[in-house]
Design a protein around this ligand. Structure first.
Ligand SMILES: [Zn+2]
Length: 245
């Protein structure tokens, strides 16, 4: 198996956990790669000090995470030093009342990604029509991470050059229609979105949640392991323009 965690926060988790044995164990269970998200200045150094061929890096000014202390200038300098594989997570979140400010930030960061020819990882909660009309102005490859909104919103975002990550939120019964729509669409990845805040007491290795998620998707969808992995690999190849694992 060659499973990739398409959205996680390794530098954030590293503040409370010694990651090296956890990553080794995940590797031995078939989790071969990670797309790790930087949302704070303090997380940049961890990635610089812990280079790993299995870890791709993204950074972005998040639309609603209060502790995000990055500015567009920081993303720009990370892009200029070739530190990033993607720009993100960026987007629009209805919990932030400043819609206009979010649209400006999203536009500026999409422009950076377009100039650097990098794919973009999106965080879209509500306001899908709004996000769609902004994003369609940029000919970018997008990954919508952790989408758990309406099926209509999904269909709108799916008109872009987009893929979607499957997260545990959409394994619940009331999200079955959305999960099926994402699987039928055929452009999907898997993610844990793990941070230090999500680790449960006594959870030995939260990175292994990806295996659990994958097994549940397999069960619900009736697809074989190789069908799911092949779709994951094709989706990554298209998104990144190369297959790093
Ligand atoms: Zn995240």
């Amino acid at each position: 198996m060659n499973l990739i965690d398409a959205h996680c926060h390794l530098a954030n988790l590293a503040q409370t956990h010694d990651l090296s044995p956890l990553i080794s164990e995940a590797n031995s269970h078939g989790i071969k790669g990670f797309i790790s998200s930087i949302l704070m200045l303090s997380e940049i150094d961890w990635h610089k000090n812990n280079p790993d061929r299995g870890i791709l890096i993204q950074a972005g000014v998040h639309p609603s995470f209060d502790e995000c202390d990055l500015a567009v200038e920081d993303i720009s300098s990370l892009v200029q030093t070739n530190t990033l594989d993607l720009v993100g997570e960026i987007g629009i979140d209805r919990s932030n009342p400043d819609l206009e400010g979010q649209q400006i930030l999203l536009t500026e960061q999409c422009r950076l990604a377009a100039d650097a020819e990098l794919p973009v990882s999106l965080h879209i909660v509500g306001h899908q029509a709004n996000a769609y009309s902004l994003l369609k102005q940029f000919p970018l490859r997008y990954m919508v991470h952790g989408y758990a909104g309406s099926v209509e919103g999904f269909e709108l975002l799916a008109r872009l050059d987009t893929c979607f990550t499957i997260c545990s939120r959409i394994l619940k019964d009331d999200k079955r229609e959305l999960l099926e729509a994402i699987i039928d669409d055929g452009r999907y990845l898997f993610e844990t979105d793990i941070t230090q805040y999500y680790v449960k007491p006594n959870e030995a290795n939260p990175l292994l949640r990806l295996i659990e998620l994958f097994q549940r998707v397999k069960q619900i969808s009736g697809k074989t392991e190789s069908e799911l992995i092949n779709t994951q690999n094709e989706t990554l190849l298209h998104l990144l323009g190369r297959f790093p694992w």
